[in-house]
Design a protein around this ligand. Structure first.
Ligand code: SAH
Length: 214
């Protein structure tokens, strides 16, 4: 059953190349050309089913969004939303974040969102966490000067790890809360995971951070 579902997902992805880029060869993508404007580019890595980035894109027509997700089975849910109501400023990209540097030009991303990233609790998997310093290094190259990373999670260990990684890197934290939903942060857009965790009574952590200029 699962195999059949995934097969269907692959076909749907392949049938809609103007809405979703299916990375198969790690080739550089000219996002500027695809969006055909000079608006800033914001990306979400690990967007899952895409509620968050779809809402952002709808609310902010002068920002371009790229929603990145590695699993066909999750990204087709985002594709369903886009097929129902396409947005000129939203592109989906099926790929693993490990290959970011091959697809994005240096200094081409104006903001990165990481929402409820996989915690990878085992120490031997720490390098897979999307806030590991190896990833920060890549983000630094790809992001424009003074741009921000926005990170949300309900996972205390992943949050503490991320704060440490950021503090040990030439970065500075520009905002931090241990309880986003009772904080002064305005205009929060919830993600699918966030909705689930709020219902369970979990607190949501959020931070934003910038790279220090050399
Ligand atoms: N952001 C969504 C989903 C969170 S779950 C939400 O908050 O609702 C984490 C998601 O990140 C999963 O869908 C997983 O497949 C994706 N993901 C994890 N590691 C990834 C990677 N290296 N590259 C791309 N996507 C990744």
């Amino acid at each position: 059953m699962r195999l059949r579902f995934v097969e269907g997902a692959k076909e749907l992805i392949q049938a809609n190349p103007e809405l979703i880029i299916n990375n198969v060869d790690n080739k550089m993508v000219n996002f500027r050309k695809l969006f055909d404007n000079n608006f800033p580019i914001h990306i979400e890595i690990g967007m899952g089913k895409g509620k968050f980035i779809y809402e952002l894109a709808k609310n902010n027509p002068t920002i371009n969004y790229v929603g990145i997700e590695k699993f066909d089975s999750a990204i087709v849910k985002a594709l369903d939303k886009v097929l129902e109501n396409p947005l000129k400023n939203l592109l989906l990209l099926r790929m693993d974040a490990t290959y970011l540097k091959y697809l994005f030009e240096e200094r081409s991303i104006d903001r990165i969102y990481l929402n409820f990233s996989d915690p990878w609790p085992k120490a031997r998997h720490a390098k897979r966490r999307l806030t590991h310093q190896n990833f920060l290094k890549v983000y630094q190259k790809l992001m424009t000067i003074n741009s921000e990373i926005h990170f949300k999670t309900d996972n205390t260990d992943l949050f503490n790890f991320s704060v440490e990684e950021i503090r040990n890197y030439p970065m500075r934290i520009t905002y931090l809360t241990g309880d986003l939903h009772h904080s002064d942060f305005e205009g929060n857009i919830t993600t699918e995971f966030e909705e689930k965790f709020i219902k369970q009574g979990n607190l949501i952590y959020k931070l934003t951070a910038k790279f220090k200029e050399a």
